[in-house]
Design a protein around this ligand. Structure first.
Ligand SMILES: [Zn+2]
Length: 260
């Protein structure tokens, strides 16, 4: 059986400064090349935010966020249906973040993130300013994809915002993964994407499906920091997972979530 694949977790780029590949010199990399690589692997669409490690070109983090969000909109023009843009918000810039939610909504964007706080100088998901931004995100029907960190703060964030759909990135090692399961069992609005650490442990995916169901698991790779082929293989060749479950993980769940 062949599967349609949507990569829910990527960080596309136009300029090199937004390319987070650990080994960027090993091949030619560009917006066109990302499309070719993904098509070659059978990935029909990618989602996610544009990120930037260095602060060199900016006077503050909000300036950097605006630039990165604008690049996401530019990429949407280049990629069309191939790309579902995600954008950043920041708890130190509440008013600006709320205005950004509205600007993105007007541009047809419904995905916040992946949020990567450590790159943008913040850390606390249970922060009251961040909570204000999430309330607005809920009113605007935004989906919030975020980098997993600090289990207790994530618990609070998810419990305090039942009207927001959260997608946690990275199952992680066993202790973190078990907390993801608890959070998912506690909150129907909690999803998990498979990027980053976790997938290489045999039985992880089966455990996720058996504990909180297959409908809230999304395929993601974290390209270009990780190789999508490894994650595709991890799902495709998992003998513990049925074809209909694989179909949901690879594309059906993302389509439903993003109205694709
Ligand atoms: Zn990421």
């Amino acid at each position: 059986m062949s599967f349609e694949i949507i990569d829910f977790h990527t960080h596309p780029f136009i300029e090199n400064k937004n390319n987070i590949c650990n080994y960027p010199g090993t091949s030619s990399m560009s917006a066109k090349n990302t499309f070719d690589v993904m098509q070659g692997l059978g990935v029909s669409a990618i989602c996610g935010s544009v990120v930037e490690i260095s602060n060199a070109d900016y006077s503050n983090n909000w300036e950097k966020i605006k630039a990165n969000n604008n690049t996401a909109l530019e990429l949407k023009k280049i990629y069309g249906d191939f790309y579902v843009p995600g954008f950043h918000v920041h708890p130190h810039y509440v008013e600006e973040s709320i205005a950004e939610i509205h600007r993105m909504k007007e541009n047809g964007v419904c995905l916040i993130g992946e949020l990567v706080p450590y790159i943008y100088g913040w850390s606390d998901y249970s922060d009251s300013d961040f909570s204000e931004i999430l309330s607005e995100a809920g009113k605007c029907n935004m989906i919030v994809s975020f980098h997993s960190r600090d289990d207790d703060a994530m618990d609070k964030m998810v419990q305090n915002h039942k009207d927001v759909i959260f997608v946690a990135a990275h199952p992680g090692e066993k202790a973190d993964f078990l907390r993801h399961i608890e959070r998912a069992k506690m909150s129907e609005n909690y999803y998990l994407d498979l990027s980053g650490y976790g997938m290489f442990r045999y039985g992880m995916l089966r455990k996720a499906i058996d504990t909180f169901g297959v409908d809230r698991i999304l395929f993601g790779s974290d390209f270009p920091t990780c190789h999508p082929g490894m994650y595709i293989g991890g799902v495709l060749m998992d003998n513990l997972v049925s074809d209909s479950e694989k179909e949901k993980i690879f594309s059906l769940n993302a389509k439903k979530l993003l109205n694709l």
